[in-house]
Design a protein around this ligand. Structure first.
Ligand code: BES
Ligand code: ZN
Ligand code: ZN
Length: 484
């Protein structure tokens, strides 16, 4: 999509114009002029539509040739506008105007730092579609967004930055939405290599022999029941004079059947999305490198299916992840923590300043926090604060949960160093406590995105399905770390 600066509302013409309206129908930039031109009829029309300017409302107003634009979209932005509400408003607009090739707007003129950024990001994310498997041709998308002056001057810089971010989220969404049949570990690893080549990030891929040589017993164990062999992808982005060293670890279960602890059919329907953590790492690294942020980033994604084939792990089997601690696997559906164990060990051995892992780890986290926010656990207050602040700026919600040491005994095993499941209650916490065993003393933040990795229905800038939740938080975190 193209973003261009153009003249003021009164001197431009076109198919569609989108202007903001604050709560209680207070006209925003550009809307005043529209109201002036269309006269008292407009208020009556909006009364009929029940439009007051609340966040999320959009009214399409036909102008019957009285105005230079065929349709005016009045975009409700509510009373107090911030980055996220503007992003959401732009996303709602984007979903509403997909059939219009050229849209002019004054939304970026709202008095808010980074308004143009928020508009571009929300608009691009809102126009995202996953149509790779639709045979009926590509649905239309808006080709040009015109920023009407004043305020249009910084539009192109904002558009460049926000486009990089939106492309990273779209990449993650595409990978998540892809059916498992077309994304075996080998194919995802090949994609990682391609991404690395495009943005200048070194990528090395461990095949089964290397996975075994590196003693990645968690990943090997989970992969035992799968026909498609596993891979482990390692991205290294190492710019000159880095201000910090960040390690990212993403859960990459390309399909989670539960293994021999088989899930019921309904529980499996969305399990192609169980590699969302890995997809977020792919997207975030692409963006961090494309933006040229001066931090070193190591990205680790263990990739495998969790299947119940003849060679599969049996409940009761004992495996040995890389750090040597033995694990009695009582439930093969708690597989994410097994592959993350190896990913986290590799990350901590590299001695980064901070490890962040992202994983669709537990149904328990969905129960606790619902579908629109992730859980956050950390062994380091400063690290937790940094990630929470980044998430707030990105407009992604995480809620900090306790790493409750008292619950660690739930993971005690009579025959091994630990077992892979605790009791029913507090399942997201025992999962986090399990992961903690593999990070050593390195500051670490664990993000359980089981809920928000998939958006249940399209709304504002979210489409139904893979959301890429976490990509924007990690990019914001990287920006902050790059400040030194
Ligand atoms: N991938 C699932 C978690 C999940 C569930 C993600 C629903 C998204 C939506 C994970 O591997 C899993 O199955 N976890 C089990 C753990 C249990 C066996 C201790 C769970 O949450 O039920
Ligand atoms: Zn599982
Ligand atoms: Zn899983």
């Amino acid at each position: 999509m193209e973003f261009v600066s153009a003249g003021p509302v009164e001197s431009e013409t076109g198919e569609a114009l989108a202007v903001p309206v604050f709560g209680e129908r207070v006209w925003g930039p550009g809307a005043e002029l529209v109201a002036d031109r269309l006269g008292p009829w407009l208020d009556e029309f909006l009364d009929g539509q029940g439009f007051s300017g609340k966040q999320g409302e959009i009214a399409a107003v036909p102008t019957a040739g009285e105005f230079g634009f065929g349709t005016v979209f009045l975009v409700g932005v509510g009373e107090e506008v911030d980055d996220e509400s503007l992003r959401q408003a732009a996303g709602s607009l984007a979903r509403r105007v997909t059939k219009m090739t050229d849209v002019a707007t004054t939304l970026h003129q709202i008095d808010l730092d980074g308004a143009a950024d928020a508009v571009v990001e929300g608009f691009l994310l809102g126009q995202y579609r996953f149509d790779a498997h639709k045979s009926s041709g590509e649905p239309s998308k808006t080709e040009r967004l015109r920023f009407l002056a004043p305020g249009g001057d910084d539009a192109s810089a904002a558009a460049t930055r926000a486009s990089v971010v939106a492309a990273a989220v779209a990449l993650a969404r595409d990978l998540i939405n892809e059916p498992a049949i077309s994304k075996p570990p080998e194919a995802l690893a090949a994609r990682a290599v391609e991404i690395g080549r495009t943005v200048g990030v070194a990528v090395d891929v461990l095949a089964p022999e290397e996975i075994e040589r590196e003693k990645l017993g968690g990943l090997m164990g989970v992969a035992m029941g799968a026909h498609n062999p596993p891979r482990l992808v390692r991205f290294t982005y190492d710019p000159d004079d880095p201000k910090a060293f960040l390690a990212l670890v993403g859960k990459g279960i390309v399909f989670d059947s539960g293994g021999l602890s088989l899930k019921p059919p309904a529980g499996m329907e969305t399990m192609k999305t169980d590699m969302s953590g890995a997809a977020v790492v792919f997207g975030a690294i692409q963006a961090i490198a494309a933006l040229g942020l001066p931090i070193k980033v190591l990205g680790i994604t263990p990739l495998t299916e969790n299947m119940p084939g003849g060679g599969a792990l049996r409940p009761g089997d004992v495996i040995r992840p890389r750090n040597g601690k033995t694990v009695e696997v009582l439930n093969t559906d708690a597989e994410g923590r097994l592959v993350l164990a190896d990913g986290l060990s590799l990350a901590s051995e590299a001695e980064p300043d901070l490890i962040v892992d992202l994983a669709t780890l537990t149904g328990a986290c969905k129960v606790a926090l619902g579908l629109k926010m992730g859980g956050l656990w950390s062994n380091d207050d400063d690290a937790a604060c940094k990630v929470k602040a980044a998430a707030r700026r990105a407009g992604e919600r995480f809620w900090q949960m306790p790493l409750e040491a008292e619950y660690r005994s739930m993971l005690d095993s009579p025959i091994a160093d630990m077992k892979n499941v605790g009791e029913r209650w507090g399942g997201a916490i025992t999962a986090a406590l399990f992961l903690q065993e593999f990070v050593g003393d390195v500051p670490w933040v664990h993000l359980d995105i089981a809920g928000p990795a998939r958006w249940p229905d399209a709304e504002h800038y979210q489409s139904k399905g893979g959301s890429g939740f976490g990509v924007r938080t990690i990019i914001e975190l990287a920006r902050e770390l790059a400040e030194g």
